[in-house]
Write a protein that binds this ligand. Structure first.
Ligand code: CDP
Ligand code: CDP
Length: 226
């Protein structure tokens, strides 16, 4: 029998976390949780309601009365906010530009972490985000910290946008990514940092298949037969 494990994947924007986390979960028959989608969903709701994004207490109260569900589907993970599907809406430029400001509030993060712990409590989970190895799945058997150069990450987002029919400017994407990296890494509440026991993978020169192979190998080692 193999051991059921938790896998935590952290890293900056467009490092390839969600692509790899989703693939790993599929290959292992595990549940995938995109925690970035949760922060994006509450940011989307706050923008819709015109709430001051500096007001951490108001945003935390709002979150407490909000349901956010992540549901797998053949099209990929669907995101529901108060029972309404918002999968595409939460990827808008406005949400992307505002989410790090919302995610910096400590009490709001505490509420998010409680929800994420509940999702991960039975193991068999692959969760990606910024603080998964350091504050959420702190006992995860496998922790990965994934990164790539800003240029490569901006190029990936550019190509991704192109595929979705969205025109973007490479230089602007690189600036947005660098700014979000800075805000996520320098905030006081659970900043983006590599957990001491995480394996670092630089994906700049690697294909999705190469990264996936590496992670599957590490996962299999951690799942050793019991
Ligand atoms: O996909 P992308 O890398 O652009 O971002 P994301 O994973 O959807 O996360 C959006 C934002 O949510 C990040 O830039 C962080 O500000 C925040 N976030 C966080 O603070 N903690 C997490 N565990 C996940 C996301
Ligand atoms: O979740 P995160 O923001 O870290 O990144 P992602 O959304 O998984 O990946 C961003 C884009 O980079 C996607 O279009 C992936 O297909 C692509 N990618 C890549 O080209 N090479 C990799 N090694 C990983 C991701």
């Amino acid at each position: 029998m193999t051991k059921q494990i938790q896998i935590a994947i952290d890293g900056p924007a467009a490092a390839g976390k969600s692509t790899i986390a989703k693939k790993t979960a599929e290959l292992l028959g595990y549940t995938y949780v995109d925690t970035g989608a949760m922060y994006r969903a509450i940011t989307y709701k706050a923008i819709q309601l015109n709430i001051d994004l500096q007001d951490g207490e108001k945003l935390t109260s709002l979150l407490k009365e909000t349901t956010i569900e992540l549901k797998p589907s053949p099209k990929g993970q669907l995101v529901f906010l108060d029972n309404q599907e918002v999968t595409d809406e939460i990827r808008s430029l406005k949400v992307t530009a505002s989410v790090s400001q919302v995610a910096a509030h400590a009490h709001l993060r505490e509420e998010m972490v409680l929800r994420q712990l509940e999702m991960g409590k039975d193991g068999k989970i692959v969760m990606d985000g910024r603080d998964i190895g350091t504050h959420v799945l702190t006992n995860a058997e496998l922790k990965i910290f994934m990164s790539a150069s800003v240029e490569e990450r901006a190029k990936r987002r550019y190509l991704e946008n192109q595929k979705r029919g969205i025109d973007s400017v490479l230089k602007e994407l690189a600036e947005e990514i660098a700014l979000r990296d800075k805000m996520d890494s320098e905030r006081d509440a659970s900043p983006l940092i590599q957990a001491e026991d995480a394996v670092f993978i630089d994906t700049t020169e690697l294909t999705i298949e190469q990264v996936s192979e590496k992670i599957m190998q590490l996962a299999k080692e951690r799942m050793q037969i019991i």
